[in-house]
Design a protein around this ligand. Structure first.
Ligand SMILES: [Zn+2]
Length: 92
């Protein structure tokens, strides 16, 4: 049994430090996988060092076309984060 560890990475948009694989059903994130920032609820992509990078709109469109189920899941994830962020107005 192996545990996946992701290096700590900073969101390129909001500078929130994210650690742990936040990516949905992906047991281990790999280069090119998408995830969503817990801080600002934007789409992010793992680069080749598994650091978080910005995602082009066009790339998101491609995912939408090629993997609609994955995209739907990401959207749900994103909405949940947005709701959490808007709902609980706590520090941090
Ligand atoms: Zn962010």
């Amino acid at each position: 049994m192996r545990k996946t560890r992701m290096p700590e990475s900073v969101c390129p948009y909001c500078r929130k430090t994210l650690n742990g694989a936040a990516s949905l059903d992906l047991a281990s994130p790999s280069s090119g996988d998408l995830t969503v920032c817990f801080g600002c609820a934007r789409f992010l992509q793992f680069d080749k060092n598994l650091m978080l990078a910005k995602v082009e709109e066009s790339e998101i469109d491609q995912i939408k076309q090629k993997e609609p189920e994955l995209y739907a899941e990401l959207e749900r994830f994103k909405l949940a984060i947005q709701q959490k962020n808007e709902g609980g107005d706590r520090n941090g």
